[in-house]
Design a binder for this molecule. Structure first.
Ligand SMILES: [Zn+2]
Length: 56
């Protein structure tokens, strides 16, 4: 079961993530990771995780 995290995104990215298991979110370098949604859209993978279509 995917764990929800507080929203985070990549500096300069166009989407934000809400799951720490998200494969796209996981690939964000620690130095580029910022917390918050910013003015961004929810990541497609996170959307699918939320809908139960995938786990990461
Ligand atoms: Zn994501």
């Amino acid at each position: 079961m995917a764990r929800a995290a507080s929203p985070y995104s990549s500096k300069g990215g166009s989407v934000y993530h809400v799951f720490s298991d998200c494969s796209a979110g996981k690939s964000i370098k620690r130095s580029l990771k910022v917390s918050g949604k910013g003015n961004k859209k929810l990541c497609g993978a996170c959307k699918d995780i939320k809908a139960g279509k995938r786990t990461r």
